[in-house]
Design a protein around this ligand. Structure first.
Ligand SMILES: *Cc1c(COP(=O)(O)O)cnc(C)c1O
Length: 357
């Protein structure tokens, strides 16, 4: 431990991002990025904004909030743009939780939730998923604690319906329920429509996955005016210029070119169905995914070994060394060509082990 690290953080284990290797060209299926470039409109908008980088960006993100409000059918006052949705999660934990206000989330979910809880000394109430890796909404009914749920969940890809989410939100009226919709555009149903009915619901979105903007860092919090006001109190106390001007322009253009991204999402859903079918034919169990990744395990090879052997063959996937899910690997759905490379390498690896294909 460094002698400079404050004692409150001595035991902190940070989040581990997926590898971003620069040493060789991999078929990169490990961080759920989009295989498609941002739309030409987005690239032009970002380039156009570059000429004004001498000026501070609009801390209120006025134009972007207006565009996003139209897209999601809410008011600009219901929206807070952020520097990637990790930042809205950070702000939400900081704004609504503390040592006396714990946060509940599933045992298998996004790795940042326990890290933020640790960082901010917030007690984490960890609730196991069911045996089949689904979330039981009953576990969260009338819990009387703040809650964060990724829907679809990561890394399982499995989704709850808005009606199931509504039960959770309605039965915890004095607590904030955060629904992390990072992957909702790939076939799940959003619960943004519930914002007008429940002042304790915060929906978070990102443009990193479905809108091909991972490197631009753009996310959103969507919630009641009261929640957004509280979040802004914290944002203006930490980092009011959190969304840079090129990203604000890129985000507004991405909303204007909605059809391009809709089309890309439908392509990903088709390729997901194809790849899942092929993996099942190779003996894998594949969880029913509504996201742009597949979570799969083979009876013929442990997850960690499949990850390593794929990497040796130039294909990167994600493996989590935690107990319940160490048999699985998480595979981003890329282009059809990328999935065929993956499937070919998987077939080779299984044959090499003498699996009966
Ligand atoms: C990728 C991801 C995020 C964060 O995305 P940003 O790139 O920070 O916008 C948040 N939640 C989940 C579940 C994710 O998978």
């Amino acid at each position: 431990m460094s002698r400079f690290l404050s004692s409150g953080h001595a035991a902190l284990t940070p989040y581990t991002p997926g590898e971003q290797p620069r040493d060789q060209q991999y078929t990169k299926l490990n961080t759920n990025e989009s295989p498609f470039p941002p739309s030409p409109l987005v690239q032009a908008a970002a380039a156009g904004a570059a000429g004004s980088l001498n000026l501070y960006n609009d801390p209120a993100c006025t134009a972007l909030r207006e565009a996003a409000a139209r897209l999601w059918g809410v008011k600009p006052e219901n929206i807070m743009p952020v520097n990637g949705s990790d930042e809205i999660l950070y702000f939400a934990f900081l704004t609504f939780c503390d040592a006396a206000r714990p946060i509940a989330f599933p045992d298998v979910s996004y790795g940042f939730y326990p890290v933020y809880a640790d960082l901010m000394h917030i007690p984490a109430h960890i609730i196991p998923l069911r045996e089949d890796f689904s979330i039981d909404p009953e576990d969260y009914a009338a819990l009387g604690e703040n809650i964060v749920i990724a829907n679809p969940n990561a890394p399982t890809g499995m989704a709850l319906s808005p009606a199931q989410i509504e039960t959770i939100v309605r039965s915890n009226p004095d607590n904030v329920v955060i629904i992390d919709e990072a992957y909702v555009d790939f076939g799940a149903e959003s619960c943004v429509g519930l914002i007008s009915k429940y002042d304790n619901l915060l929906v978070t979105r990102t443009f990193s996955k479905s809108r091909s903007l991972a490197g631009a860092r753009l996310g959103f919090g969507i919630g009641s005016e009261e929640l957004i006001r509280d979040l802004n109190t914290i944002r203006y106390s930490v980092h009011p210029y959190n969304v840079n001007s090129m990203t604000q322009a890129a985000g507004a253009a991405a909303i204007a070119d909605d059809a391009y991204y809709e089309e890309n999402c439908r392509r990903i859903e088709e390729i997901r169905a194809y790849a899942a079918g092929e993996l099942i034919a190779l003996g894998f169990e594949v969880l029913p995914s509504k996201a742009n990744f597949l979570f799969a395990r083979s009876p013929d090879i442990p997850g960690g070994e499949l990850y390593r052997k794929l990497k040796e063959r130039g294909v990167l996937v994600r493996w989590f060394a935690s107990d319940r899910i160490r048999d699985f690997t998480r595979i981003t759905v890329g282009t059809r060509g990328q999935m065929d490379i993956l499937l070919d390498r998987v077939r080779n690896i299984l044959e090499e082990r003498g699996a009966n294909l």
